[in-house]
Design a protein. Structure first.
Length: 162
C-alpha cells in the first residue's frame, strides 16, 4: 500500500489521491501528540484522541511505501507534517531490539520498502544534507528498507516525483 502524507492545499487533492492508496492531509485539523504513550501501551497503535489521526499508526504501519510531501522548514519537515509523524509513534512498541547493530524499538507491523520525502520551497545545500540524514534515520527507525529524498524547484514537478 502506498501512503502519502502531505501539507499541500486542496488544489493538489486530486493528483495526490490518484497516486496513492491512502492520502493523509497534514492540514492541522487534529490535535498535536500529547506524549502520553497510550498508543504504545494502553491501546496499541491507536491514539486516545478522537480525530482524523486516531488510527494514523495503523495507516503508516501498513504502508509498503510512505511518501511525505513537505515544505522545507530549515532543513526539516513542516510543522503540520511533523505533527502527523509525531502521532505515529505507535507503529513501534516500547520494547527494544537490535537492527543493523543499533538499538531500535521493535516494529509492530514489520518491515516496509520505501520512505520517500518530496521537499518543495527554497532549500540550501546544508538543508538538503539535513533532510537526507533525517529521512535515512526515520526510515531505519520505522523499519523501511530504503529512503529517498527529492527536492523540487517548483511544485509543477510534483507529478513526476510521485
Amino acid at each position: 500500500m502506498k501512503v502519502i502524507i502531505h501539507d499541500l492545499g486542496l488544489e493538489y487533492e486530486g493528483l495526490i489521491e490518484e497516486k496513492c492508496d491512502r492520502a493523509v492531509a497534514a492540514d492541522g485539523k487534529y490535535a498535536p501528540c500529547q506524549g502520553c504513550f497510550g498508543c504504545w501501551t494502553k491501546h496499541p497503535a491507536e491514539c486516545f484522541m478522537k480525530d482524523s489521526l486516531q488510527r494514523i499508526c495503523r495507516v503508516i504501519g501498513q504502508a509498503d511505501e510512505l511518501v511525505i510531501i513537505t515544505k522545507n522548514l530549515y532543513g526539516a519537515y513542516s510543522a503540520a507534517v511533523k505533527n502527523v509523524l509525531d502521532r505515529s509513534i505507535g507503529t513501534s512498541t516500547p520494547f527494544s531490539t537490535y537492527r543493523g547493530r543499533q538499538m531500535h524499538h521493535t516494529l509492530r507491523y514489520g518491515k516496509h520498502d520505501l520512505w520517500k520525502v518530496v521537499v518543495y520551497g527554497e532549500v540550501s545545500e546544508m538543508e538538503k544534507g539535513t533532510f537526507r540524514c533525517t529521512a535515512e534515520r526515520n526510515a531505519v527507525n520505522d523499519g523501511f528498507e530504503r529512503s529517498e529524498v527529492i527536492f523540487l524547484k517548483d511544485l509543477a514537478e510534483l507529478e513526476a516525483a510521485l
